[in-house]
Design a protein around this ligand. Sequence first.
Ligand code: PLP
Length: 225
Amino acid sequence: MPINVDSYHNIRKICEETSVLLVVVSKYFTVDDIQKLYDLGQRHFGESYVQKLIDKQKVLPDDIKWHFIGHLQSNKVAKIVPFISLIQSVDSIKLLHKINDCAKVLGRTVPCLLELKIAKEKTKYGLSIDNLSQFIKDCDMNQLTHTHIDGVMVMGSFTSDAIITRDEFKNAHQLFKLIQQTNHFPNFKILSMGMSDDFEIALAEGSNMVRVGSKFRVDYKHPLL
Ligand SMILES: *Cc1c(COP(=O)(O)O)cnc(C)c1O
C-alpha cells in the first residue's frame, strides 16, 4: 500500500509547529514504505505486534526509534527489550516488573507509558481508572531500577461524535496532570493521545505525542463519516 506523502507532510508540519512528537504507526506498512518515510526524515515508528515489529526492526535502519503500542504479553517482553525505545502499553505491575527484569539483564533502561482506559466504550486493554491509585502505590521505583514510567497512553472511543472524544481527552489530560502532581514518577511528561481520526481534538486537549497510521495510506477514508 503506497504512502500518501502529502498527508504525511501535512501532519508532520502540524506536529512540528506545536512541538508534538509524531509516531507513525507502521502496522499497515511494508518495510519499503517505512524506508520511504525514513528517507523523508521520520524516525519514530509504532507497531502493535511483537513478531511484525521484530521482522521490520531486523531489516530497517538501526537509528529508528521503535514504539510498542499493542497489548504486550509477559512472555514476549524479552524479544523487544533489546531495542525498544518506548513501550506505550503497560497496564499491569506484573508486566512492568517483567520489562524491568529483562532490561536489567541487558543493562538497559526501558522507558514506558501507562496505558489508561479512558474511553466510555468497553475496551479490553489498559488500566482502569479505579485501579490507578493502587497501581501507583504498587510501583516501587526503588525496585524498578531499569524502567521508568514517563507518561500515559490513551485511546478515545471509536465514534464520530467529537463531543465524546473531546470529553474523554479532557479527562485524560486531567488524569495525566494528577499523576504528574503525585511526583511518583520523576520523568513523567508524555501524554500520548490522538490517532488518525481524532488527533486534531487530541492536540487541542493537550496531547504531546500522537500515533497516526491509516491517515498515511493512499486509500484512507474516515471509517465512520
Ligand atoms: C493502530 C493504532 C494506532 C493508529 O491508528 P490509526 O487510526 O490507523 O491512525 C494508534 N494507536 C494504537 C494503540 C493503535 O493500535
